[in-house]
Design a protein around this ligand. Structure first.
Ligand code: SAM
Length: 378
């Protein structure tokens, strides 16, 4: 009883923090997050205090030592639920059940008259989530399978939410969306550029964004992980890049083995320019772990071969030294892009984009197998 009271107090405090921080904007989301007990969905042994920190909790780790399932960060969950705008009575599909926590929030939002279907690629996680949800008396149809295909036998859905990052959208999700429906997905567009996009079907473009927020999510598992996935290099070092076949990864390992030369200081703040750099430079890569602290941006050219990485205030270069100059000017000359002011459009690959929403605005395109995406600054 005491534990339950502690959890309720911590839960309400978290909801207040998320309201103040702007991630919770509606009473519907506040009420769902005040009532669904997050402590039930985190791994056993996690303290209630930890369960209600605004932090991600790891559920499982893959063979490479990287997390492959997490209970997402509460602020991110709230933000995406606000983007999703779920109303009572709706039919909702979630991709990436994980712990089942977000599915429980969705079930709260749709109420008794609505339906939630959630699909998880790991049978073990799906089973555990289904048991937790049943234990709370929460009605969610949990399926095991590759969520890329959606769940055709329960379509159409008023809302589809992916809680796992995707490099592209499967046409199946678009087909399974009811007229007027919304699809929210974390899109891996370039290394380090991940946007939670709320999409609606539109004339002209297949889909147009109605809201965009920065986010950070695990990547989709399975055959549709696409470009931009995380590759383990050596030890605790992993890299994300657009086009890194095994031969390019061997070149990268070799460059790193041979050591770096300090190419000098970086002048001025560059953080605000990294999004613009990643959008304009297909050779941009993002390292996780060493050689930088935390995450490190770089430019990798397997042909030269060369790698330049941006440390906190210096550039290190491996191989051809000109790469340092290219990285320096690439970042320094990149525009500051405010992700939340971007409008995204998706057209089926091979189809022309409609006239630009703002002809004098800067725009970039990202081409994937199923859809081509245009990002325009509004
Ligand atoms: C960030 S976690 C989701 C968090 C979850 N919604 C929660 O509330 O705990 C991402 C989940 O997506 C799952 N996943 C990855 N690839 C998938 C796929 N192709 N189909 C379905 N689920 C997938 C992972 O196993 C992981 O559990």
């Amino acid at each position: 009883m005491n534990d339950e009271r502690t959890a309720a107090r911590l839960r309400n405090a978290l909801v207040e923090r998320l309201r103040l921080g702007g991630s919770i904007r509606t009473e519907a989301v506040a009420s769902a997050m005040s009532e669904v007990p997050r402590e039930v969905f985190v791994p056993g042994g996690t303290s209630p205090a930890r369960a209600y920190e605004d932090r991600v909790v790891v559920l499982s780790i893959d063979a490479r030592g990287l997390p492959d399932s997490t209970v997402s960060q509460p602020a991110m969950i709230a933000l995406m639920l606000e983007q999703l705008a779920v109303r009572p009575g709706m039919r909702v599909l979630e991709i990436g059940t994980g712990s089942g926590y977000n599915a429980a929030l969705l079930a709260h939002l749709v109420g008794a008259a609505g339906e939630v279907v959630s699909v998880e690629v790991s049978a073990e996680l799906a089973g555990a989530a289904a048991r937790r949800l049943a234990g709370l008396g929460t009605r969610v149809d949990v399926r095991t399978g590759d969520g890329w295909a959606g769940v055709a036998d329960r379509a159409p859905f008023d809302r589809i939410e992916a809680t796992v990052g995707v490099p592209d959208l499967p046409p199946e999700w678009v087909e399974q969306l009811a007229p007027g429906g919304l699809l929210v997905a974390p899109m891996w567009l370039r290394p380090g550029l991940e946007l939670a996009v709320a999409w609606e079907r539109t004339e002209g473009a297949a889909l147009t964004s109605v809201s965009v927020a920065r986010c950070g999510f695990l990547q989709l598992r399975g055959p549709h992980a696409g470009p931009g996935r995380t590759h383990a290099l050596t030890g605790d070092l992993a890299v994300i890049g657009e086009d890194l076949p095994p031969a390019a990864l061997d070149v990268l390992r070799d460059l790193i083995d041979h050591g770096a030369v300090d190419a000098g200081p970086v002048l001025g703040p560059v953080d605000s320019r990294l999004t613009g750099f990643a959008l304009a430079e297909p050779r941009s890569v993002l390292f996780l772990g060493h050689p930088g602290d935390g995450t490190t941006w770089g430019l990798f050219d397997p042909e030269r071969p060369a790698l330049a990485v941006l440390m906190r205030d210096r550039i290190l270069v491996y191989g051809d030294r000109d790469a340092a100059v290219e990285l320096y000017y690439g970042v320094a000359g990149a525009p500051v892009v405010d992700a939340e002011r971007l409008r995204l459009e998706a057209v089926s690959a091979g189809t022309a984009f409609p006239p630009a929403p703002r002809p004098d605005g800067r725009s970039w395109t990202v081409e994937r197998e199923r859809y081509h995406y245009r990002l325009t600054e509004m």
